[in-house]
Design a protein around this ligand. Sequence first.
Ligand code: MG
Length: 452
Amino acid sequence: MPELIISISGLRGIVGRNLHAETAARYGAVFGTFLRRSGRRGPVCLGRDSRPSGPMLASAVTAGLCSVGCEVIDLGIVTTPTVGILTRHVQAAGGVVITASHNPIEYNGIKLLLDNGIAPPKPQAEEIRSLYEQGAFDPVGSVECGRVRSADDPDTVHVEKVLAIVDRKQVRRAGFRVVLDSVNGAGGRPGVRLLRALGCEVVEVNTEPTGLFAHGAEPTAENLADLGRHVLEAKAHIGFAQDPDADRLAVVDAEGRYIGEEYTLALAAKVVLEDRVGPVAANLSTSRMIDDVAAAVGARVIRTPVGEANVAQAMVENECVIGGEGNGGVIDLRVGPVRDSLVAMALILQGMARSGQSIAALAEGIGRYDMTKLKFPADAEQARRILDRAGQMFADARVDTSDGCRFDLPDGWIHLRTSNTEPVMRAIVETDSPERTRHYVQAVERIRDEVQ
Ligand code: MG
């Protein structure tokens, strides 16, 4: 049975097997205790994606938080970025999101945010984990127990913030027809509202937040064949696909072709950089397309270890104008410090309206690289040997060791890193051509076979 995973970004497990109401109540009590002990006194914003196990886990986390004296603001079914935005908006002590993101329906998870709307940095995450393992929390008496209240209209706060970063009139004038596939997750309702406010005719696919995912929940090509068909049938200008908690976005062009999640950040960044030149942040596994887009206007790209909190933190510290991750996650600090599919949709539509170009032409203008991702078993010792061996093999490369090893070569890059949650190594190779990518993939596979 897979273990209950407690990582930097929270806790994740299979409901009824290793993730129970009791687990969630304890985690809630521990998080509330951590917030109080660190001097954070405000309420805690709590939201969930649309999974059927959401209400059960949300009630349990709420009970845990109230038991240590935290007031809870219940946001109901909302996107993950909405929780980050509301946490800052109401000056809460922290936020909790009940979601397992793109994982199948059996899973659920509890993601924690500090008062700045960002997941706790490693030392604080370790402290919370250690409190959880010790069962250390500070219960309060009857009178001091936290109360629960509902937020008025969290979607409105979110949608208004996104509308404020684009030229609403310009997008409205373009009169786009858009297909939105929300996989019956949390993104449908605010997604449709945003698109309508931008004057789009919206064709809704799987926008009911039932949590019964109509197809594989990750917005990858193999899961989005139907979306392509809907776009063609509706003669739409573009198709958008969100993951269940709506922090990631994938794009389908007017011909029904999946453009690829790596394009989402590059397309959005290009639009922002046309208005304001400033630093950009992306993790080490993100395509070089972002470097090209930034270089075209003389902007600097800051590379961070993988993990949304690392990118968000770097953005705040360096006052980045845009940032995110290659898996379709775009962060704009004017809206919030969380990857946000609504931000990505608004910026991409702004790009189409401003340029008068189709989404296919805009993607074409950014260029094309060839990327392959591998994953194979490797324990800590094997991982260390693989990295050593790769260091010898790619001795001429520029090396970044802030998260595993990234080797930058004249014709591409290779990023080797271990997972935080399982004994596997991930390898990402990107070059100018399928031949060169295959060459490096084979080199990585040889090292893997030597070590195992
Ligand atoms: Mg997600």
